[in-house]
Each structure stands twice: as structure tokens, then as C-alpha cells.
Design a protein around this ligand. Structure first.
Ligand code: PMP
Length: 472
């Protein structure tokens, strides 16, 4: 906070497309899509018009005991979009519960899963399992299933107890003991799925205790706040099959990964990228759909309104819904509801955003941007301070290290990521670090040229920041 008070803040006044402008007229590229929310660019004419139209009718009326049109239509569209899978049954998700942000989308899923488990007699004391390094929001329930000590440890006394299990982090995998010596040795080594084994063991251990896990909470394909850590192809299917086999409900947090963020093809990693232009483009919007994982709860926020307004949705199945169905005197209802639930203005933005996402232009933009990101990121490998460059679709994480050969991390107190981001801001590119990982996930309207610019600026910023250190 002292750092914040000491420095002059950048005060944003307006935005257009991928560009933000401050009160002094300086322009910046929005390289993290305003903390991972913005999809199509700022001041998008289609979303602006949809919201203006809605504004002329009504901005908000309560959804407690009342319905409204835009939120109802949006719910139908979300269910349809989430049900599109190769198997094409189209019946998995049936219901949508609205709330305000990513954290509350998780709270809703956790509470529903908890009570569903109790009411169906599976457990009197439902317990949850989540991933090492997990971040699911800042409210107390979401923090309980989070495992980042820096954010969460101070509150341990007020949290419910949830277990954690090893998550893949191939770059720093404890089972990958061999030291990289050459530049091409930066790639991950083959393994025996030890991390999947850990999940299997953890589930088995809990079952032995006589109270199998009620729910398994995870981010699919990539963990965001853990440091933009991708899961190796096949991991998600394997672990969710284990969880399902043990009777656990699957709670997928797609707050970051949802709405096309994980791209137009599943495996986008280093040179293994599938060339966007030459391949049929996947139209699925959610990370779980690619490996055909059907969670019991799908938590959405951030990009739901195209990054315009706070709004969240927790999608679930008919079977969960029915557990809360009863006559008045049975008091089975799900007693949870926020004042702004089902907000019309947010829903109007959400509908316009889905129109855009499902249109050909957006698919094309995303394919081009994904490829441009991959091409530009290659530039970074030659920096001695770049340990790993990770890309899944339209998300990238660049891990800074003291020495790429040893993978020696910077100490948090050195603020390596923060310093690099400050140097980037000076050069007109805005993003935020996750420790020593620089996140790049621009709006989909970002051009190949702008993408290149972001990476070039990042490279210069790394050079400037560490120019006084002895080159490793
Ligand atoms: N889940 C994930 C995966 C997130 O990345 C975030 C926010 N970064 C959240 C939940 C919480 O969302 P919000 O900040 O909207 O509460």
C-alpha cells in the first residue's frame, strides 16, 4: 500500500478496442483485458447499443420473486452454449443461478454442492478437494477452497477446512529432477503422470476415512492466479474421471477460462501449436468442453458481460435443482440471493457479447490473435530472465527467473514482476503480474500488430529492469 501511495496512479478516462486512455491523454494497450474481463474490446458498438437500448427500458429490477426478459434469455443461451459437446446430448446443464462476480459464482456452487450432498444422504459433513495453488475468489467460501498462502493463510481461522491436492506445474514439477542445460532443454520432460497418481491417492485416502469428498473444485486447462499454469493434455479428463468415479461433484471454475479464452484448439503449447488458420476452428466457448468433461457446476463471471459489468452465473443440472424443489412448508428453497441478481443491464451486455462470440468475425479474430500471440512470444525465449513461456489459447504467462538454466525463482520481495510491469506501463502497455509471472491476455479485437507490440514492450521492460544485474 505504501508503494501505491508513493506513486502517481494512472487514472483511466476512456477506452476503445484494445486501447485505454488516461486523464492525461496517454494511450496504453490493455494487455490483460482489464484483469481478464474484457472480451471484444472497450466501447464496442454492438454492446454499447444493446446496453443503451436496455437502459431506455430499465436498468435493474429485483430478481427476488420476479423475472425479467434479458436475464431469462441469457440463461437459455448460456445453457445451450455450455451443452454443446461432441456427444451432442445437449441436456446436461439445465439451470442457471445468477450472482455478482467470480467469487459469488463459486460460493453458490459450493453451497449448492454442500446441501445437495447432505440432502441426498451422501454425507452429513461434505468435504471439498481443490488444487494446489488454487484461487477461486476473495469471499470466505471461495478463500476456503483457495490455496495461495500469501492471500489466504491469514484467514485460515475463519475458513471451512478443504483439502488440497497436487496440481500439474510441469515447469517446476518435483518429479522432473533432471536439470536443463541447453536451450532446447527448456521443454518439459515426459513423465508417468505422477500428479494424476496423487489425485487418485488423495481420493482413496479420504474414502478410507469413510467420508468421500463431496466435491472437486478446479480450473480447467489452465490455473490463472496460480501463475498461468497449463495442465498437460489429458490431465483434466483423467482427474475428473477419478473424482466422478469416487462420487464427487465436479465444480469447474471457468471465471478466467470461459468464453473462448482457452482458444480455438486445445493443445497450444510452445511449438506444438496447431496452426489456427489451417484447422477447423472449435466453436466451444468453455475449457471443459474440449476434453469433454461435464462438470456438475460451471462457474462463470468476468467475460460473461464482455467485461462491461459485474455479473456471474453458476450453471447446474436438473438433478441438483430438483433437490431444492418442494412445497412452501418444506423450506427446501436455496436461500441465497443478491440484490443485483439477474441485473438487466448486465444481461443485455451478456446477450450482445454472446452474439459477438458466436459470430464468424470473432472466431476469425481469435484464431488470428492466438496465432499472433504464439509467433510473438517466441521472441522472449532468448532472454536469460525468461524461464518459461506458457500459452493456452488466448492466455499467456511468462515466468521470470534469475537464471533460465537453473530456473532459480526471484524472491517475492524483489518484486520482479511488478517492476517489469511498471516498465511496461511507461512504454504504454498495461498488465499485472502474478508474482514473477507476467500475464498477457488481451481483448480478442487486439490486432497482430498490437500483440507484437505488447511482447516487444515486455522484452524491453525485462531488459531495462534487469540491466544492472549481472547477466546469468
Ligand atoms: N475464479 C478465478 C479462476 C479467478 O481468476 C477469479 C478472479 N481473478 C475469481 C474466481 C474471482 O472472481 P471475482 O474477482 O470476479 O470475484
Amino acid at each position: 500500500m505504501r508503494d501505491w501511495l508513493r506513486s502517481e496512479p494512472i487514472v483511466i478516462a476512456s477506452g476503445k478496442g484494445a486501447v485505454l486512455r488516461d486523464t492525461k491523454g496517454k494511450e496504453y494497450l490493455d494487455a490483460n483485458a482489464s484483469i481478464w474481463t474484457n472480451l471484444h474490446g472497450h466501447a464496442h458498438p454492438r454492446i454499447n447499443t444493446a446496453m443503451q437500448k436496455q437502459l431506455n427500458k430499465i436498468a435493474h429490477s429485483s430478481a427476488l420473486g420476479l423475472a425479467n426478459e434479458p436475464a431469462s434469455y441469457l440463461a437459455e443461451r448460456l445453457v445451450n452454449a455450455a451443452n454443446t459437446s461432441k456427444r451432442g446430448k445437449g441436456k446436461h446443464f439445465a439451470k442457471v443461478f445468477y450472482s455478482d462476480d467470480g467469487s459469488t459464482a463459486l460460493e453458490v456452487a459450493l453451497k449448492l454442492a454442500y446441501e445437495y450432498t447432505r440432502r441426498t444422504g451422501r454425507s452429513k459433513k461434505p468435504k471439498f478437494l481443490s488444487l494446489q495453488g488454487a484461487y477461486h475468489g476473495d469471499t470466505v467460501g471461495a478463500v476456503s477452497v483457495g490455496h495461495i498462502d500469501l492471500f489466504h493463510k491469514a484467514y485460515s481461522g475463519m475458513l471451512f477446512q478443504a483439502d488440497k491436492v497436487m496440481a500439474p506445474y510441469c515447469y517446476r514439477c518435483p518429479f522432473n529432477k533432471a536439470k536443463p542445460e541447453r536451450a532446447d532443454a527448456r521443454s518439459y520432460r515426459k513423465c508417468n503422470w505422477e500428479c494424476v497418481g496423487k489425485v487418485e491417492q488423495t481420493f482413496a485416502k479420504q474414502k478410507k476415512k469413510g467420508n468421500p469428498y463431496a466435491g472437486f473444485v478446479f480450473e480447467p486447462l489452465m490455473q490463472g492466479a496460480a501463475g498461468m499454469v497449463p495442465q498437460p493434455s489429458g490431465w483434466l479428463k483423467k482427474v475428473t474421471d477419478i473424482a466422478k468415479g469416487q462420487g464427487a461433484l465436479l465444480i469447474a471454475d471457468e471465471v478466467m477460462t470461459g468464453f473462448g479464452r482457452t482458444g480455438i484448439s486445445c493443445r497450444v503449447h510452445r511449438d506444438a501449436i496447431i496452426k489456427a488458420q489451417n484447422r477447423p476452428v472449435s466453436k466451444t466457448l468453455f475449457a471443459c468442453q474440449r476434453p469433454e468433461v461435464e462438470p456438475d457446476f460451471l462457474c462463470l463471471a468476468k467475460g460473461l458481460t464482455g467485461g462491461y459489468l459485474p455479473m456471474a452465473a453458476t450453471l447446474t443440472t436438473q438433478s441438483v435443482f430438483d433437490t431444492f424443489l418442494g412445497e412452501y412448508h418444506e423450506y427446501k428453497t436455496f436461500f441465497h440471493g443478491h440484490s443485483y441478481t439477474g441485473n438487466q443491464l448486465g444481461a443485455a451486455a451478456g446477450l450482445a457479447s454472446l452474439d459477438l462470440l458466436e459470430g464468424k468475425q470473432s472466431l476469425h479474430q481469435r484464431a488470428v490473435l492466438q496465432q499472433a500471440m504464439h509467433e510473438s512470444l517466441k521472441e522472449l525465449w532468448s532472454s536469460p530472465y525468461v524461464g518459461d513461456v506458457r500459452q493456452v489459447g488466448l492466455v499467456a504467462g511468462i515466468e521470470l527467473v534469475k537464471d533460465w538454466r537453473t530456473r532459480k525463482p526471484f524472491d517475492l520481495s524483489e518484486q520482479a514482476g511488478m517492476r517489469v510491469c511498471k516498465a511496461m506501463a511507461k512504454r504504454g502497455v498495461l498488465t499485472r503480474p502474478i508474482g514473477s509471472v507476467i500475464a498477457l491476455m488481451p481483448p480478442y479485437c487486439t490486432t497482430a500488430k498490437q500483440m507484437k507490440q505488447m511482447v516487444m514492450v515486455l522484452r524491453e521492460a525485462i531488459e531495462e529492469t534487469f540491466s544492472n544485474s549481472k547477466a546469468p
